[in-house]
Every structure is written in structure tokens, then in C-alpha cells.
Write a protein that binds this ligand. Sequence first.
Ligand code: SF4
Length: 304
Amino acid sequence: MSDYSDYHCHCCPRGCAVDRQAALGFCHAGREPEVASICIHPGEEPPLGGARGVCNVFFAHCNLQCCYCQNLDISRGRVDEAKIFYHSLDEVVARIELLLPQSENVLGFVSPTHYADSVPCIVDRLHADGFNPTVVYNSNGYDDIETLRRMEPYVDVYLPDMKYSDSKLAARLSHAEDYPQRAGEALMEMVRQKGSGLLCDEQGQAFRGIIVRHLVLPGEVDNSLGVLDWLADHLPMNLHLSLMAQYYPPEGADLPENLRRTLSAEEYDRVVDRYYQLGFYNGWLQELSSNESCRPDFSQKDSF
Ligand code: SF4
């Protein structure tokens, strides 16, 4: 059984205050962690993935519920039971211990916010069993500061999204008008904990710090420019920033017109130009063609 400190959930900024043993909040997550996939993921940023990849834990459900979610199968509403392969801490820890030695000894928690209280339990169990991976907290950025403070001793590298600068867009696409403010506060807390840089060992493997990701959405270039402006205004310029162009319209999603296509080269170029104009010098610019290659299949145990 997980060690939940607050049964009336305030894990994320939604603050549903439900007893997750008895009722579902906005994210539809119960108390015990439900995990859709635990697999070696080769596609993370090079200082995390190295040559052998990250052992990623893909939690089911999500506290943001973006209409265009790229992992729709495992995140939206009531997730199909057939998509959940691990239902308990024991199963999760056993699978991680099997895969970690095949990775760069990096453990990535993907969409962990609503299961944040499971992170210390899993990491403690791994330590007790002699495993000591670099722990990556890969969240959508809509994180609660108190929750992040509980993560401080357990997380080595934060890998948050910064999705929106436009609160109306955040409301329309992710039901979270306060996303820009709350994600901004969360990023500043992450930087307070780990610094704004990315510390790497002699092999170039990251062991502490932060990488911020931003997915550029088709037809929403102004939102992306606002995100870059906000980052430049509020965080040090040594920040590692990963610009992502991999958006594709997920099958079965109810999407506004502009999200029914992929990103154009002109749109992406405008965002990349702003990245350089502002003076960012650390990070990665994803190839536009990545919208063809970065598609997980969560009907399989190994999803990438
Ligand atoms: S984690 Fe889920 S139940 Fe808890 S506050 Fe967030 S959305 Fe609500």
C-alpha cells in the first residue's frame, strides 16, 4: 500500500480534495499507481538517454487532460483497463529492477504529478534493493509547489513542460486557465531545488538539474513565443530548453480546426528564430519530421 500523506487529494493545482480511495478527481486516478508501460525509451534528450536510453514509467491518467494529448490512450478520462499493465507498487518496482540495468541507469517518471506520492515509495524500495538510478521527474508542468517540495530528496533532474503562456488557450485546450501562473511557479521551485543548469558527469550523463520542454502547437505560434519570452524573463539563460515539433493530431480526439494538422515549417521557424533572438544557447531543437517518428503505441507493453 502506498504511503499517502493526504487522502483528500491536493497533489496538483486542481485541488479536488477527494478521497481517492472512494472517489475520482479530475484526473480519474485512484490511490494505487496504475502504470501503462515501463520500457526503455531511447528518444529522450542525449544527456538523459545516452546510448542505452531511459527506463521510463508511463503512469496512466493525467491531471491536465489536454484535448490533443499525444498519449491519449492512457491519459484521457476513464482509461481502458486493457491499457494498464501494472497495478501495484510491487509490480512496478519488479519491472523497473528488471529493466534498469539495460538503461543508462536513469529512471524516468512520465506524467507523475497525480501519482507523486508513489515516487518516494518506489525510489526508497529501489535504494533498499541496491539500485541507485538518476531519477527524472517528467511532468506536464501543472505541478503543486508543496508536492514538488516533497519530491526534492527523491528527484535528480526535472523535465517539465511549459505548455502555455496564454491562459485562455490553456483553459480551452487543457481546462486550466491558471496553467501559466501555476506552471511558472512550479518551474521556479524546480530551479530553486536543482539550479537552472544541467550537471553532467565525464561521460556527459546528466545527474542533476532541469530541462524544460515546449511542444509547439500548429496555429498557436503566439503562445509559443510567449512561453519563450516568459522563460527568458524569469529563469537564467543557461536553462536547457527543448523545443518540440512532434505534434500530430491524435486519432479519435475532438480537436479544434488548427490542431487537425501537423506544424508547418514556417510556424516552427518563427519559434526557433525567437529562441535564438532571446539568447538561449543550451538545449535541443527537434526536427520537424519527428511528427512521423515519435508515436508511442500503448497497446504494447514496450510502447516505443
Ligand atoms: S491529482 Fe487528480 S485528484 Fe488530485 S488534485 Fe490533481 S486532478 Fe484532483
